[in-house]
Design a protein. Sequence first.
Length: 302
Amino acid sequence: MKSITVQELVNRFSLEVLAGATELHREITKSRVHRPGLEFVGFFDYFPQAHVQLLGRKEITYLHRLTEEERNHHIGNIVKYHPPCFIVTRSQDGLKYLKKYCEEEGIPLLRTPAATTKFQELLDGYLAKALAEEIAIHGVCVNVSGIGILLRGKSGVGKSETAHTLIRRGHRLVADDLVVLKRINPETILGTHNGKTKEFLALRSIGLINVSRLYGRSAFQEETRIVLDIELKKWEHDALNNELELEPKFSEYLDVKIPYIEIHMQPGRDVAGLVEAAANNWYLRQQGYSAAEDFMKRLENG
């Protein structure tokens, strides 16, 4: 199971440490933030104790209005479950009682000036990516006009060269050679690099190039949602390469299905242009238009 430490949250969001400074090594394994509500009135049947606990204005105001005895009782009930950490938003103060319990139980108490809803949205997004199930595959990942595409194929087939042509046409590189795929939710795969290959593209006979240095910052993108899986194959003379496919094909990564297309390579063929056409055609399909279906209707109508 993937995990990150509380220290990584502190670093990422510049959080102030109010208590539990020696416990920042504690691990976070759940991607959803929880705002305790029913737990303050004693209902713990479904308490997600492994989640980061977020305390906004509503929660802190409620605690402030309790008597000292009630407050100690409610907070004591929550901290005994030892969640990874508590984060207080909007720079709220008057947290002496929270500091006391967190220090006693060894739970980090953190604070941010950010508004609660906005911070929860940012933190949920960060945790979803940081803790996402992932795999690494051989290929190239590009963003073509806002559409994430995975280019696959045997070594030497021309994946990186195709990506280079796309970059020169104004599109963006995400990863070359090794693509990290992350499952963000049951329908979304995110493609990114592994850090070491960031911005680099390997071209045969040329070597490594840094696309950001060569073509500007707009030539590179950190990550993209993968919506097309394109496999580049060598041209086979006896293969049927002009069939009219009404039924889409799919490949599957981390239990998420991605539309799959084969493009056959041949000298003089504008493969980058075909990738652009595939991207634009996918976009039209999302808008409800299918050229193949339109064509078949015309045939049926004479």
